[in-house]
Design a protein around this ligand. Structure first.
Ligand code: ZN
Length: 447
């Protein structure tokens, strides 16, 4: 349809091109109404999205910067520059994406969001598009890529260690209490809640769901449709009569729902998400809703996760850790090998390969994919007393350390020991924002 359009020189690389399959949310893409835009920007947009998908980007950012339009691909949580275009051409691409998502390209003073369905290399994707005005006539855009292919999230497929999934299963054993998955936006909180739910033994327990889980399928879970005119209490009563052991709830945001849930938590076990950056914030929020007593009595545990980039298997390098390092990391002294990223090419050496030539698999990044690390605040007897006394985050943290509960940073060392990530990546992911990177020491040659 656009074969007469010249290829954009900034995107001249060859990829298998995406096939657009129309906008989402019942909208129409009116390409005929925008012939000039289509002529100028359809092919570059196609190429940009194809490029992003081939690089495993999960987000594409299009943002004005110094009179130009910068494009960045976010891969495994890290944004990479993917070209800067002259302002007008870049803005044309942004408008073209809006047309493809069924949005109005003339409207530039309001936030607009929509979606595009497409196929690339025989895989179907959904792009969630948001255009945000930043000054008159100028917008920035965020495109989130999701692969709606149904995924079964079990402890195994999510990468949850066996001892943790057993612990979560233990929480559900008496079919009472509340188990929560916390996390900020984009933290994978829904996946974490579903994985937690799937730790239950489906042959022994009957599990109902009242939650929406977009694109994630629940296994061995019965969808519960509330009857007309039934409020939450009547619905819970009905589930109890149907011998429900466990109920999966929508993310906790409504105090009234949370209060009712706590009232029933001595008869059913609940699993839900709670929007909170960490378990301590989650506890504070719950206390505000239902009070300390209820929290200490009813909550069994709050799980959180953080995604850490995993080393590329094709180019990671083994090294023999020295005993001091193992001691510092509290790893067994017999650990004989850990892994790290290969050193970057020597800029002094004219024959050195470029970063992209170093490894085809990861383009020299040298990380490929992410793996979760976990924290689990358990309402043990000790923790219940801390909650009743002060619920102070520092005191709760100290209690977690004292009782050797799973904490993010120590759990990340598990990934290092398993050879899945590097110490450098763990340091990077736990560095507080804004703190500069320490200058890396010169590395010895790989063993
Ligand atoms: Zn690699």
């Amino acid at each position: 349809m656009a074969s007469d359009v010249e290829d954009d020189e900034d995107f001249e690389e060859e990829f298998e091109q995406v096939l657009f399959q129309g906008p989402m949310f019942g909208r129409d893409a009116d390409l005929k109404q925008n012939p000039r835009l289509v002529k100028a920007a359809l092919v570059p947009v196609k190429t940009m999205i194809s490029d992003a998908l081939s690089r495993r980007a999960h987000t594409i950012l299009i943002e004005p910067a110094n009179g130009r339009v910068a494009i960045r691909f976010v891969v495994d949580g890290i944004p990479y520059p993917a070209g800067a275009l002259p302002g007008q051409r870049g803005m044309a691409m942004l408008q073209m994406v809006k047309v493809l998502a069924g949005l109005n390209p003339q409207e530039r003073s309001q936030v607009q969001s929509g979606g595009i369905r497409l196929e690339h290399e025989e895989v179907k994707y959904e792009l969630h598009v948001t255009a945000v005005p930043i000054k008159p006539g100028v917008e920035r855009m965020k495109i989130k890529v999701s692969n709606p292919k149904v995924t079964f999230l079990t402890a195994k497929t999510a990468g949850m260690p066996d001892d943790l999934s057993e612990q979560l299963r233990g929480f559900t054993e008496d079919s009472t209490g509340i188990i929560l998955a916390c996390g900020g936006p984009d933290s994978g909180r829904t996946s974490l809640a579903v994985t937690t739910l799937h730790c239950v033994d489906p042959y022994l327990y009957s599990v109902f769901s009242m939650a929406e889980t977009e694109g994630i399928e629940l296994i061995n879970v019965t969808d519960f449709e509330p009857e007309e005119g039934h409020d939450l209490e009547l619905s819970f009563d009905r589930m109890i009569r149907r011998e429900a052991d466990l109920v999966f709830m929508d993310p906790l945001t409504d105090p009234a729902v949370v209060q009712t849930m706590f009232q029933f938590a001595d008869r059913i076990c609940f699993v839900a998400e709670i929007p909170a950056a960490n378990p301590f914030e989650a506890i504070a929020q719950l206390i505000a809703w239902v009070g300390k007593d209820q929290v200490a009595q009813r909550v069994k545990g709050i799980i959180g996760q953080k995604l850490v980039r995993t080393l590329c298997d094709d180019c990671k390098q083994a090294f023999r850790p020295n005993p001091q390092l193992l001691k510092k990391l509290r790893l067994p002294p017999e650990t004989s090998v850990l892994y790290r990223a290969p050193p970057p090419p020597d800029p002094e050496d004219p024959d050195a390969l470029t970063i992209e030539e170093l490894c085809e698999d990861c383009d020299g990044v040298p990380y490929h994919g992410r793996a979760p690390v976990y924290e689990l605040l358990e309402l043990s007897e000790g923790m219940q007393s801390v909650v009743m006394e002060s619920a102070d985050p520092a005191a709760m943290r100290a209690q977690m350390v004292k009782e050797r509960m799973r904490m993010l940073q120590t759990d990340a060392i598990r990934l290092v020991a398993e050879g899945k990530t590097s110490l450098e990546e763990v340091q990077r992911s736990f560095r507080p924002p804004g703190q500069p990177k320490r200058r890396p020491k010169r590395r010895p040659r790989p063993s």
